[in-house]
Design a protein around this ligand. Structure first.
Ligand SMILES: Cc1cc2nc3c(=O)[nH]c(=O)nc-3n(C[C@H](O)[C@H](O)[C@H](O)COP(=O)(O)OP(=O)(O)OC[C@H]3O[C@@H](n4cnc5c(N)ncnc54)[C@H](O)[C@@H]3O)c2cc1C
Length: 395
């Protein structure tokens, strides 16, 4: 475990806008102003239901983007990859707030030589999960009894989702209740067991912050994280104190409870678990047969690094008569070692194929066989050629 602190921005404007103590924003602003970073990617609030990934070198824009958007389930990996596709950005240093799925996607792309991880500063955010924007709109109307367009703020505190109106009125509902009624977090987030981004340079969150304190709980995990932290501290952008033992315990306890809950969700949502192998095969065929080969799942996939010349791209143009198309077969094979279960593919699928479930089933078995977890450090590449691939084991 890295050194742990309670930290907050010294700038009041940052603290006012921030999710917790404003540490993340202050660290990014300090890094830009003191030339530790050339650019950052932050998420701009359009409204409660939309966040727009924004690449900027302007500290004011970073301050404007403070705060957490739980209904903006974007993965920032491809924005980092796109940044480095521009030759003018080669060798530049970039920083970003990174949920565990952002951090893992970026590390997987580094392994595929799409970027140099030494140039990317991952300010990790703990993550209990994201909500689908349309699901939140429906919940606002159905559960909270309010006009979705009248919601000006959403917040998750102590297991409850709070929605605020322009008038200042605040309504609340327990997350568990929302989820029992089919709302709440996206399925991929409910099943996700990576809640603290220990693969990032810093891990920031509110778990472990004592009640009533306006601070961010920060774990410093790497030398890059230490550099960001020191730069902000020594230049007066943040104040810190060592995290008390009780804070460490509370954070660990909540994380463990969330991981346990995620495992329970996986048991519940894995609808093919009890089926025979033949029945499972039938399920995969029937659902993947719905595919219209639009290619959206590949475009949003944070770990796919094939590019436009990839074989599966031409496959989805040509179509074929296989029971499961070659496009889907190639994606299944490609993702078995590296799927991070982020659910981006399922979010964009126009025919609602349960892609998270299918990929996760295949990936879980393969990753166990390889003893590999995507998002492990860049040195720990998956041992591709040592794996003995037998469809029977995996189906
Ligand atoms: C979806 C989500 C779920 C979270 N769940 C938990 C949790 O269960 N437990 C916990 O301890 N902490 C959680 N966090 C982290 C917590 O909300 C704060 O972000 C963290 O404590 C840092 O606080 P801060 O005041 O220092 O951040 P700020 O200074 O407010 O900076 C937050 C940064 O996050 C960026 N951001 C906002 N929304 C997103 C998004 N959807 N994806 C990526 N970046 C975004 C903003 O642009 C900003 O740069 C979650 C954050 C997010 C985004």
């Amino acid at each position: 475990m890295g050194a742990c602190y309670l930290a907050w921005a010294t700038d009041e404007k940052i603290r006012d806008r921030a999710a917790n103590g404003g540490f993340v924003t202050a660290v990014l602003v300090a890094a830009l102003e003191k030339d530790l970073l050339d650019a950052v990617i932050v998420v701009k609030k359009e409204d409660v239901y939309e966040g727009i990934p924004t690449v900027t070198s302007d500290p004011e824009t970073v301050v404007e983007c403070a705060g957490s958007l739980h209904a903006a389930p974007i993965n920032l990996t491809r924005f980092v990859v796109e940044f480095y596709k521009d030759e003018r950005n080669k060798g530049k240093k970039i920083g970003l707030p990174a949920k565990p799925c952002d951090a893992r996607g970026i590390i997987e792309q580094a392994k595929r030589q799409q970027l140099d991880i030494n140039d990317v500063y991952l300010v990790g955010l703990n993550c209990g999960g994201t909500l689908h924007p349309l699901g939140l709109r429906e919940a606002a109307a159905e559960i909270y009894g309010i006009d979705p367009d009248a919601v000006v703020k959403e917040e998750i505190k102590a297991g409850k989702l709070f929605l605020s109106l322009q008038s200042g009125e605040e309504r609340e509902c327990k997350m568990d209740e929302l989820e029992e009624r089919g709302y709440g977090r996206r399925d991929s987030c409910k099943m996700c067991t990576t809640k603290i981004p220990t693969m990032a340079d810093l891990a920031c969150g509110n778990w472990g912050v004592p009640k009533g304190e306006e601070a961010t709980f920060v774990e410093v995990l790497t030398e890059k994280g230490e550099a960001l932290f020191r730069n902000a501290l020594e230049n007066g952008y943040i104040e810190v104190k060592e995290a008390p033992e009780e804070s460490l315990e509370v954070r660990e306890r909540i994380k463990n409870a969330m991981v346990k809950r995620a495992e329970e969700w996986w048991q519940k949502l894995d609808v093919v678990r009890e089926l025979t192998r033949d029945e499972r095969l039938k399920f995969y065929v029937e659902t993947l047969k719905l595919c219209i080969h639009c290619g959206a799942c590949r475009i949003v996939c944070p770990v796919c690094a094939c590019g436009d010349a990839a074989k599966c791209v031409s496959m989805h143009d040509e179509r074929d008569d296989y029971v499961i198309s070659m496009y889907n077969m190639i994606r299944l094979l490609h993702l078995m070692d590296s799927c991070i279960g982020c659910g981006q593919c399922e979010d964009v699928c126009p025919v609602d194929i349960p892609l998270t479930l299918i990929h996760r089933r295949f990936a879980e078995r393969m990753q166990r066989k390889l003893n590999y977890t995507p998002g492990m450090s860049v040195e720990e590449k998956p041992p591709f050629y040592e794996a003995e691939l037998r469809w029977h084991d995996i189906l």
